[in-house]
Design a protein around this ligand. Structure first.
Ligand code: B16
Ligand code: MG
Length: 215
C-alpha cells in the first residue's frame, strides 16, 4: 500500500533548470569553456559538483579552484532565484500536493539542491509538504538511493510504501535503487526506466497514478 509521495523539485514542481543553466553558462563563459543549452541537458538532476565536472571535462583544476567555481556558480544561481514566485509552479503541482494531503498521503521533497528550501519558500509550498530532503541531507547524490531513503525515513515509511516523482534519469535510478515506486515525467528516452511515465503533472490526479502503478 502506498502511503507517501516524494517529489523531486527541479523539473517536477518547478523549472529551476533554466536558472541553473544561466548560472553555469555565465561561469563557463568566464572560464572560456565551451557550454550551451544542449550540453546543459546532461546536468538535469545532477549534483553541483558532478555538474561542474561534466562542464570542465578533462581540464585540470585544483580542489580550491573547483570550490571557488562551485561557489561562484551558486552566487549567480541564488541571485536568479529572487525572480521565482508562485507563478513558477509547474501545472498540476499544487493540485496534487493538496489532493494528497486531503487523502492522508504523506509528502516529501527529495531534491539534490542545497537551495531547495529557498525555492520552496519562494514557491509558497514549504508548508504543504511533511518533510524535506535536500542537498544537505545525505552525502551521496542521486543516482544513489540515500536521499530518497532519507525522505521516506523522515515520513516514517518503508521504501515499498513510497512513490518517487522524478524528471531525471539519475533520479529514477535512485528511486529504483531505494526499492521505491517510480513515476517519471518527460520523454521515455529519459525516464523510461520508471514504473509509470507521464508527460507532466498537468491534470494528474492521485487516482491516475495509483491506477497506472497497479496496471
Ligand atoms: P544546488 P533536483 C538539482 O535539483 C538540479 O536539477 C541540478 O541541476 C542541480 O545541480 C542540483 O539540484 C544541485 O543544486 O547547486 O542548488 O545545490 O532536480 O534534485 O531538485
Ligand atoms: Mg529534477
Amino acid at each position: 500500500d502506498i502511503r507517501g509521495v516524494i517529489f523531486d523539485l527541479d523539473g517536477v514542481l518547478t523549472d529551476t533548470a533554466e536558472y541553473h543553466y544561466l548560472a553555469w553558462q555565465k561561469l563557463a563563459d568566464e572560464e572560456g569553456i565551451p557550454f550551451n543549452r544542449l550540453a546543459n541537458e546532461a546536468l538535469r538532476g545532477v549534483s553541483r559538483r558532478a555538474s561542474l565536472m561534466l562542464i570542465v571535462k578533462d581540464r585540470q583544476y585544483s580542489e580550491a579552484q573547483i570550490q571557488e567555481m562551485m561557489e561562484r556558480k551558486n552566487r549567480y544561481y541564488v541571485e536568479l532565484l529572487k525572480n521565482i514566485t508562485q507563478n513558477d509552479l509547474l501545472p498540476g503541482a499544487i493540485a496534487l500536493l493538496d489532493e494528497l494531503r486531503q487523502a492522508g498521503i504523506k509528502t516529501a521533497i527529495g531534491s539534490a539542491s542545497k537551495n531547495a528550501r529557498t525555492v520552496l519558500q519562494r514557491l509558497g509550498i514549504a508548508d504543504k509538504v511533511d518533510a524535506i530532503a535536500d542537498g544537505y541531507s545525505v552525502q551521496k547524490p542521486k543516482p544513489a538511493p540515500d536521499l530518497f531513503l532519507y525522505a521516506a525515513n523522515q515520513l516514517g515509511l518503508e521504501p515499498a510504501q513510497s512513490v518517487v516523482i522524478e524528471d531525471a534519469a539519475a533520479g529514477i535510478e535512485a528511486a529504483l535503487a531505494a526499492g521505491m515506486w517510480a513515476v517519471g515525467l518527460g520523454p521515455v528516452e529519459r525516464v523510461g526506466a520508471a514504473h509509470v511515465v507521464l508527460p507532466s503533472l498537468a491534470g494528474i490526479k492521485w487516482a491516475d497514478i495509483q491506477a497506472k502503478l497497479n496496471d
